[in-house]
Design a protein around this ligand. Sequence first.
Ligand code: 6GU
Length: 231
Amino acid sequence: MRIDIVTALPGLVAGPLEHSILRRAAQKGLVDVRVHDLRDYTTDRHRQVDDYPFGGGAGMVLKPEPIFACIEAIQQEAEAAGAPVDEVIYLTPDGEVFDQEMANRLSLRRHLVLLAGHYKGVDQRVRDALITREVSIGDYVLSGGELPALVLVDAIVRLLPGVLGDATSALSDSFQDRLLDAPVYTRPAEFRGMTVPDVLRSGDHPRIEAWRDAERLKKTRERRPDLLSRP
Ligand code: 6GU
């Protein structure tokens, strides 16, 4: 899979890609994540990526020219390479709310472009002409789409075959079957008087699975009953 992240703040997205699961996925060649700095696609002397909104108001708006230049360059290169762009996703609080099901679907695509905007957004013509899908990561406001873009990348990449070992298969995650996870413990078996449930040390795997199922159901009922009643 190939993912291109388009941003005016490349420094904000670079770090997390270089650690842990995302780094290993890239090293194994399972995903190719590239970060594009919109400033590199400006043509003016000041390399200006944003400007004041027509009609007035607070906040800056990302200009259309560098975004068109960047995304069209990605699309042309991708087409020439025989891996055309499947979706151009704009991260915005007014988009469709991201969830596990959307992550599952997007993980089946070959090539995604993620556009991170400023808090005040991008010129509407970008959304009208280039964007195929608008996605929010929840009902709260962030300063820009960079962290949301990383949230999508993380949720999607960990689903790609070979990224997680069998032991930590993504299929056993919370939400994959709409249940929260059971409590987990590691050594020591006793810490400051707090002990690990005996069943987890019993070696009786059918009993352990039954305990985990019961705990997952209990926690989901207590914390997220909405997950149990969703169609
Ligand atoms: Cl995608 N962008 C911004 N700026 N804020 C958000 C968001 C996205 N999703 C939730 N809040």
